[in-house]
Ligand binder design. Structure first.
Ligand code: DGY
Length: 376
Protein backbone atom coordinates (compact mmCIF):
# COMPACT_ATOMS: atom_id res chain seq x y z
CA UNK A 1 0.00 0.00 0.00
CA UNK A 2 1.49 3.36 -1.01
CA UNK A 3 2.04 6.04 1.63
CA UNK A 4 0.31 9.40 1.38
CA UNK A 5 2.49 12.00 -0.43
CA UNK A 6 4.99 13.56 1.98
CA UNK A 7 4.44 10.87 4.59
CA UNK A 8 7.60 9.06 5.64
CA UNK A 9 7.55 5.28 5.55
CA UNK A 10 8.19 3.61 8.89
CA UNK A 11 10.97 1.12 9.65
CA UNK A 12 10.71 -0.53 13.07
CA UNK A 13 13.96 -1.81 14.58
CA UNK A 14 13.59 -4.13 17.56
CA UNK A 15 17.13 -3.77 18.90
CA UNK A 16 19.91 -1.19 18.81
CA UNK A 17 22.08 -2.34 15.90
CA UNK A 18 25.13 -0.35 16.99
CA UNK A 19 26.25 3.16 16.03
CA UNK A 20 27.48 2.41 12.48
CA UNK A 21 24.35 0.64 11.30
CA UNK A 22 21.91 2.86 13.17
CA UNK A 23 23.44 6.02 11.64
CA UNK A 24 23.14 4.41 8.23
CA UNK A 25 19.42 3.96 8.89
CA UNK A 26 18.92 7.42 10.40
CA UNK A 27 20.62 8.91 7.32
CA UNK A 28 17.58 7.87 5.28
CA UNK A 29 15.53 11.02 5.61
CA UNK A 30 12.64 9.49 3.71
CA UNK A 31 12.18 6.96 6.50
CA UNK A 32 10.89 7.23 10.03
CA UNK A 33 13.14 4.96 12.08
CA UNK A 34 11.38 3.68 15.20
CA UNK A 35 13.92 1.83 17.33
CA UNK A 36 13.45 -0.01 20.62
CA UNK A 37 15.28 2.33 22.97
CA UNK A 38 16.52 -0.04 25.67
CA UNK A 39 19.50 -2.33 25.96
CA UNK A 40 17.48 -5.47 26.53
CA UNK A 41 15.13 -7.71 24.61
CA UNK A 42 12.35 -5.75 22.92
CA UNK A 43 8.97 -6.10 24.58
CA UNK A 44 6.32 -7.66 22.44
CA UNK A 45 3.71 -5.05 23.36
CA UNK A 46 6.08 -2.33 22.10
CA UNK A 47 6.70 -4.17 18.85
CA UNK A 48 2.98 -4.77 18.26
CA UNK A 49 2.20 -1.13 18.94
CA UNK A 50 4.97 0.29 16.74
CA UNK A 51 4.58 -2.08 13.82
CA UNK A 52 1.15 -0.66 12.96
CA UNK A 53 1.41 1.00 9.56
CA UNK A 54 5.12 0.17 9.15
CA UNK A 55 6.71 -0.65 5.80
CA UNK A 56 9.57 -2.66 7.22
CA UNK A 57 10.87 -4.30 10.38
CA UNK A 58 14.32 -5.38 11.46
CA UNK A 59 13.87 -8.04 14.11
CA UNK A 60 15.79 -10.55 16.20
CA UNK A 61 15.52 -14.30 16.68
CA UNK A 62 13.75 -13.58 19.96
CA UNK A 63 10.86 -11.62 18.35
CA UNK A 64 7.88 -13.76 17.44
CA UNK A 65 6.72 -12.78 13.96
CA UNK A 66 3.33 -14.43 13.86
CA UNK A 67 -0.21 -13.87 12.64
CA UNK A 68 -0.84 -11.24 15.31
CA UNK A 69 2.28 -9.33 14.25
CA UNK A 70 1.15 -9.25 10.62
CA UNK A 71 -2.41 -8.33 11.61
CA UNK A 72 -1.12 -5.38 13.61
CA UNK A 73 1.26 -4.31 10.86
CA UNK A 74 -1.49 -4.13 8.27
CA UNK A 75 -1.14 -4.00 4.47
CA UNK A 76 1.70 -1.47 4.41
CA UNK A 77 4.27 -4.04 5.55
CA UNK A 78 6.63 -5.05 2.72
CA UNK A 79 9.63 -6.57 4.44
CA UNK A 80 10.74 -8.35 7.60
CA UNK A 81 14.48 -8.60 8.04
CA UNK A 82 15.75 -10.93 10.73
CA UNK A 83 19.22 -10.45 12.17
CA UNK A 84 19.88 -14.18 12.14
CA UNK A 85 20.42 -17.05 9.77
CA UNK A 86 17.60 -18.95 11.51
CA UNK A 87 14.05 -17.82 10.90
CA UNK A 88 11.95 -20.26 12.90
CA UNK A 89 10.44 -17.35 14.82
CA UNK A 90 8.70 -16.25 11.63
CA UNK A 91 5.36 -17.75 10.60
CA UNK A 92 6.24 -18.34 6.95
CA UNK A 93 2.65 -19.12 5.94
CA UNK A 94 1.40 -15.85 7.34
CA UNK A 95 4.30 -14.02 5.67
CA UNK A 96 3.73 -15.71 2.31
CA UNK A 97 -0.03 -15.06 2.35
CA UNK A 98 0.63 -11.37 2.73
CA UNK A 99 3.43 -11.32 0.15
CA UNK A 100 5.84 -9.86 2.69
CA UNK A 101 9.52 -10.45 1.82
CA UNK A 102 11.93 -11.97 4.33
CA UNK A 103 15.60 -11.06 4.68
CA UNK A 104 18.04 -13.10 6.79
CA UNK A 105 21.79 -13.38 7.37
CA UNK A 106 23.24 -16.58 5.92
CA UNK A 107 26.94 -17.15 5.16
CA UNK A 108 28.25 -14.27 7.17
CA UNK A 109 28.19 -16.23 10.43
CA UNK A 110 29.39 -19.53 9.00
CA UNK A 111 33.02 -19.17 10.06
CA UNK A 112 32.27 -17.85 13.55
CA UNK A 113 29.89 -20.74 14.31
CA UNK A 114 32.30 -23.29 12.81
CA UNK A 115 35.06 -21.88 15.05
CA UNK A 116 32.77 -22.17 18.08
CA UNK A 117 31.81 -25.74 17.14
CA UNK A 118 35.44 -26.86 17.18
CA UNK A 119 36.04 -24.92 20.39
CA UNK A 120 33.17 -26.78 22.10
CA UNK A 121 34.36 -30.15 20.80
CA UNK A 122 37.78 -29.51 22.33
CA UNK A 123 36.40 -28.06 25.56
CA UNK A 124 34.01 -30.93 26.16
CA UNK A 125 36.54 -33.59 25.27
CA UNK A 126 39.39 -32.11 27.23
CA UNK A 127 37.71 -31.06 30.49
CA UNK A 128 38.15 -27.35 29.82
CA UNK A 129 34.88 -26.42 31.54
CA UNK A 130 35.77 -28.01 34.85
CA UNK A 131 39.40 -26.97 34.55
CA UNK A 132 38.44 -23.31 34.34
CA UNK A 133 35.87 -23.66 37.13
CA UNK A 134 38.29 -25.34 39.54
CA UNK A 135 41.02 -22.78 38.98
CA UNK A 136 38.57 -19.87 39.37
CA UNK A 137 37.35 -21.38 42.63
CA UNK A 138 40.92 -21.55 43.90
CA UNK A 139 40.88 -25.35 43.68
CA UNK A 140 43.86 -26.01 41.42
CA UNK A 141 43.82 -29.81 41.49
CA UNK A 142 46.63 -31.32 43.47
CA UNK A 143 46.89 -34.46 41.42
CA UNK A 144 50.70 -34.71 41.45
CA UNK A 145 50.67 -35.45 37.78
CA UNK A 146 48.77 -38.69 38.17
CA UNK A 147 49.01 -39.78 34.55
CA UNK A 148 45.31 -40.19 33.88
CA UNK A 149 43.82 -37.39 35.89
CA UNK A 150 41.89 -34.89 33.77
CA UNK A 151 42.40 -36.92 30.63
CA UNK A 152 39.89 -37.13 27.83
CA UNK A 153 39.56 -38.51 24.32
CA UNK A 154 41.87 -36.88 21.80
CA UNK A 155 40.22 -35.13 18.88
CA UNK A 156 43.07 -35.95 16.52
CA UNK A 157 44.05 -39.55 15.72
CA UNK A 158 46.79 -41.27 17.70
CA UNK A 159 48.55 -44.63 17.36
CA UNK A 160 46.03 -45.99 19.88
CA UNK A 161 43.08 -44.61 17.96
CA UNK A 162 44.35 -44.17 14.42
CA UNK A 163 41.01 -43.22 12.89
CA UNK A 164 38.75 -40.41 13.93
CA UNK A 165 35.28 -39.91 12.53
CA UNK A 166 33.48 -36.60 12.56
CA UNK A 167 29.72 -36.94 12.27
CA UNK A 168 27.40 -34.17 11.15
CA UNK A 169 23.70 -34.11 11.71
CA UNK A 170 22.94 -31.68 8.91
CA UNK A 171 25.56 -30.87 6.32
CA UNK A 172 25.08 -27.29 5.24
CA UNK A 173 27.50 -24.39 5.12
CA UNK A 174 28.43 -24.39 8.81
CA UNK A 175 28.97 -28.16 8.91
CA UNK A 176 31.23 -28.02 5.87
CA UNK A 177 33.21 -25.12 7.35
CA UNK A 178 33.59 -27.13 10.56
CA UNK A 179 34.86 -30.10 8.58
CA UNK A 180 37.45 -27.88 6.90
CA UNK A 181 38.76 -26.92 10.33
CA UNK A 182 38.77 -30.53 11.50
CA UNK A 183 41.00 -31.66 8.65
CA UNK A 184 43.76 -29.66 10.37
CA UNK A 185 43.28 -32.02 13.33
CA UNK A 186 43.81 -35.03 11.11
CA UNK A 187 40.24 -36.38 11.19
CA UNK A 188 40.15 -39.43 8.96
CA UNK A 189 36.45 -39.90 8.17
CA UNK A 190 33.40 -37.73 7.77
CA UNK A 191 29.84 -39.02 7.85
CA UNK A 192 26.70 -36.98 7.70
CA UNK A 193 22.95 -37.07 7.47
CA UNK A 194 20.79 -34.60 5.64
CA UNK A 195 17.07 -34.11 5.38
CA UNK A 196 15.78 -37.65 4.69
CA UNK A 197 13.43 -36.19 2.09
CA UNK A 198 16.30 -34.94 -0.07
CA UNK A 199 18.19 -37.37 -2.34
CA UNK A 200 21.92 -38.04 -1.78
CA UNK A 201 24.01 -35.23 -3.17
CA UNK A 202 26.67 -37.24 -4.98
CA UNK A 203 28.11 -34.14 -6.63
CA UNK A 204 28.68 -32.62 -3.20
CA UNK A 205 30.29 -35.82 -1.92
CA UNK A 206 32.61 -36.02 -4.92
CA UNK A 207 33.62 -32.39 -4.65
CA UNK A 208 34.29 -32.72 -0.92
CA UNK A 209 36.36 -35.85 -1.37
CA UNK A 210 38.34 -34.18 -4.16
CA UNK A 211 38.81 -31.01 -2.15
CA UNK A 212 40.10 -32.69 0.98
CA UNK A 213 42.05 -35.50 -0.54
CA UNK A 214 44.15 -33.32 -2.81
CA UNK A 215 45.42 -31.15 0.05
CA UNK A 216 48.98 -32.06 1.04
CA UNK A 217 48.16 -32.41 4.72
CA UNK A 218 44.62 -33.70 4.42
CA UNK A 219 44.09 -36.95 6.22
CA UNK A 220 40.46 -37.32 5.29
CA UNK A 221 39.83 -40.66 3.63
CA UNK A 222 36.09 -40.57 3.11
CA UNK A 223 33.06 -38.32 3.19
CA UNK A 224 29.79 -40.25 3.17
CA UNK A 225 26.11 -39.66 3.69
CA UNK A 226 24.73 -42.25 6.12
CA UNK A 227 21.52 -43.14 7.95
CA UNK A 228 20.87 -41.69 11.39
CA UNK A 229 21.66 -45.02 13.03
CA UNK A 230 25.18 -45.17 11.58
CA UNK A 231 25.74 -41.52 12.41
CA UNK A 232 25.04 -42.28 16.07
CA UNK A 233 27.14 -45.45 16.17
CA UNK A 234 30.20 -44.36 14.20
CA UNK A 235 30.87 -40.74 15.21
CA UNK A 236 33.73 -39.95 17.58
CA UNK A 237 32.64 -36.36 17.61
CA UNK A 238 29.14 -35.48 16.48
CA UNK A 239 28.11 -31.99 15.40
CA UNK A 240 24.43 -31.14 15.44
CA UNK A 241 24.05 -28.52 12.73
CA UNK A 242 20.58 -28.85 11.25
CA UNK A 243 17.81 -26.25 11.35
CA UNK A 244 15.29 -26.28 14.19
CA UNK A 245 11.57 -26.85 13.73
CA UNK A 246 9.14 -29.72 14.01
CA UNK A 247 10.90 -32.09 11.63
CA UNK A 248 14.11 -32.11 13.69
CA UNK A 249 12.55 -31.89 17.16
CA UNK A 250 14.45 -34.22 19.57
CA UNK A 251 16.14 -36.07 16.74
CA UNK A 252 18.91 -36.63 19.28
CA UNK A 253 16.90 -38.59 21.84
CA UNK A 254 17.59 -41.42 24.28
CA UNK A 255 17.48 -44.00 21.51
CA UNK A 256 20.08 -42.09 19.47
CA UNK A 257 22.34 -41.36 22.45
CA UNK A 258 22.34 -44.98 23.60
CA UNK A 259 23.85 -45.99 20.26
CA UNK A 260 26.76 -43.56 20.51
CA UNK A 261 30.32 -44.51 21.43
CA UNK A 262 31.25 -44.21 25.08
CA UNK A 263 33.99 -41.74 24.36
CA UNK A 264 31.98 -39.69 21.86
CA UNK A 265 31.51 -35.96 22.24
CA UNK A 266 28.29 -34.30 21.12
CA UNK A 267 28.33 -30.65 20.01
CA UNK A 268 25.20 -28.62 19.38
CA UNK A 269 25.60 -25.18 17.82
CA UNK A 270 22.31 -25.10 15.93
CA UNK A 271 19.10 -25.21 17.94
CA UNK A 272 18.37 -26.59 21.39
CA UNK A 273 15.19 -28.28 20.22
CA UNK A 274 17.13 -30.89 18.25
CA UNK A 275 18.45 -32.48 21.45
CA UNK A 276 16.28 -33.94 24.20
CA UNK A 277 17.94 -32.34 27.25
CA UNK A 278 16.65 -34.95 29.73
CA UNK A 279 17.96 -37.76 27.57
CA UNK A 280 21.32 -36.01 27.21
CA UNK A 281 21.57 -35.50 30.97
CA UNK A 282 20.85 -39.19 31.43
CA UNK A 283 23.41 -40.09 28.78
CA UNK A 284 26.04 -38.09 30.66
CA UNK A 285 25.06 -39.47 34.08
CA UNK A 286 24.97 -43.03 32.92
CA UNK A 287 28.08 -42.72 30.79
CA UNK A 288 26.56 -43.53 27.45
CA UNK A 289 28.75 -40.80 25.96
CA UNK A 290 31.79 -38.88 27.11
CA UNK A 291 30.65 -35.27 27.00
CA UNK A 292 28.71 -32.49 25.37
CA UNK A 293 29.50 -28.98 24.22
CA UNK A 294 26.40 -26.87 23.83
CA UNK A 295 25.85 -23.37 22.52
CA UNK A 296 22.10 -23.91 22.57
CA UNK A 297 19.72 -25.60 25.01
CA UNK A 298 16.01 -26.18 24.59
CA UNK A 299 14.02 -23.56 26.49
CA UNK A 300 16.82 -20.97 26.46
CA UNK A 301 17.19 -18.34 27.82
CA UNK A 302 15.28 -19.95 30.71
CA UNK A 303 18.06 -22.35 31.63
CA UNK A 304 18.74 -22.01 35.34
CA UNK A 305 21.51 -23.31 37.58
CA UNK A 306 19.27 -26.25 38.51
CA UNK A 307 18.92 -27.44 34.90
CA UNK A 308 20.14 -31.04 34.69
CA UNK A 309 22.68 -30.15 32.02
CA UNK A 310 24.00 -27.16 33.94
CA UNK A 311 24.42 -29.45 36.94
CA UNK A 312 27.06 -31.32 34.97
CA UNK A 313 29.94 -31.94 35.38
CA UNK A 314 30.13 -34.26 38.30
CA UNK A 315 32.65 -36.83 39.29
CA UNK A 316 31.97 -40.38 38.21
CA UNK A 317 33.84 -43.59 38.12
CA UNK A 318 34.94 -44.00 34.53
CA UNK A 319 35.27 -47.60 33.57
CA UNK A 320 36.72 -48.60 30.36
CA UNK A 321 37.41 -47.44 26.90
CA UNK A 322 39.09 -49.71 24.48
CA UNK A 323 42.46 -48.01 24.83
CA UNK A 324 42.39 -47.63 28.62
CA UNK A 325 43.18 -50.87 30.37
CA UNK A 326 41.26 -52.05 33.40
CA UNK A 327 43.84 -51.22 36.01
CA UNK A 328 43.58 -47.57 35.04
CA UNK A 329 40.19 -47.07 36.68
CA UNK A 330 40.13 -43.54 37.99
CA UNK A 331 37.81 -40.82 38.99
CA UNK A 332 36.93 -38.91 35.89
CA UNK A 333 34.51 -36.14 35.15
CA UNK A 334 31.47 -36.10 32.98
CA UNK A 335 31.61 -33.09 30.78
CA UNK A 336 28.88 -30.74 29.73
CA UNK A 337 30.19 -27.37 28.64
CA UNK A 338 27.46 -24.82 27.98
CA UNK A 339 27.83 -21.35 26.52
CA UNK A 340 24.82 -19.04 26.11
CA UNK A 341 24.09 -19.09 22.35
CA UNK A 342 27.10 -17.02 21.37
CA UNK A 343 28.32 -19.11 18.45
CA UNK A 344 28.19 -16.18 16.05
CA UNK A 345 29.30 -13.58 18.59
CA UNK A 346 32.49 -12.16 17.17
CA UNK A 347 32.83 -8.42 16.59
CA UNK A 348 33.33 -8.97 12.89
CA UNK A 349 30.43 -11.36 12.39
CA UNK A 350 27.88 -9.45 14.42
CA UNK A 351 28.82 -6.22 12.63
CA UNK A 352 28.35 -8.04 9.36
CA UNK A 353 25.01 -9.43 10.48
CA UNK A 354 23.51 -6.11 11.54
CA UNK A 355 24.71 -4.47 8.33
CA UNK A 356 23.26 -7.23 6.24
CA UNK A 357 19.96 -7.06 8.13
CA UNK A 358 19.82 -3.30 7.54
CA UNK A 359 20.70 -3.76 3.85
CA UNK A 360 17.96 -6.35 3.47
CA UNK A 361 15.37 -4.11 5.10
CA UNK A 362 16.26 -1.06 3.01
CA UNK A 363 16.27 -3.09 -0.21
CA UNK A 364 12.86 -4.51 0.69
CA UNK A 365 11.44 -1.07 1.38
CA UNK A 366 12.90 0.23 -1.89
CA UNK A 367 11.59 -2.76 -3.89
CA UNK A 368 15.11 -3.74 -4.84
CA UNK A 369 16.95 -7.07 -4.82
CA UNK A 370 17.96 -7.91 -1.25
CA UNK A 371 21.51 -8.96 -0.46
CA UNK A 372 20.06 -12.08 1.24
CA UNK A 373 16.39 -12.87 0.75
CA UNK A 374 14.78 -16.13 1.73
CA UNK A 375 12.94 -17.79 -1.12
CA UNK A 376 9.74 -18.48 0.82
C1 DGY B 1 21.26 -17.38 14.08
O1 DGY B 1 21.60 -16.38 13.44
O2 DGY B 1 20.28 -18.05 13.74
C2 DGY B 1 22.09 -17.76 15.25
O3 DGY B 1 21.57 -18.82 15.93
C3 DGY B 1 22.29 -16.60 16.18
O4 DGY B 1 23.33 -15.84 15.75
Amino acid sequence: MANAPGQRRKLVVSRDLGPDTMSLLYAREDLEIVAWPEDRRCERSWLLEKIAGATGAIVMLSDKIDEEFFERAGPSLKVVSTTSVGFEQVDLHALYRRKVRLGYTPDILTDAVADASVMLALMAGRNAGEGVTLVKEGKWPNFHFAPFFFTGPQLSPTPLSPTRTAGFLGFGRIAQATLTRLTAFGLTHCIYTTNPASPPNTALEASLAARYNTGISSSLRSVRRVELDELARASDVLFVLAPGGESTHHVVNADFLRKMKKHAVLVNTSRGTLVDSDALAQALHEEWIWGAGLDVVEGEPHVGADHPLVQEPRYVQYIGWECITDHLRKLYFRRCVIIPHIGSATFETRLGMVNLAAGNALAGIDDEAMPAELDV
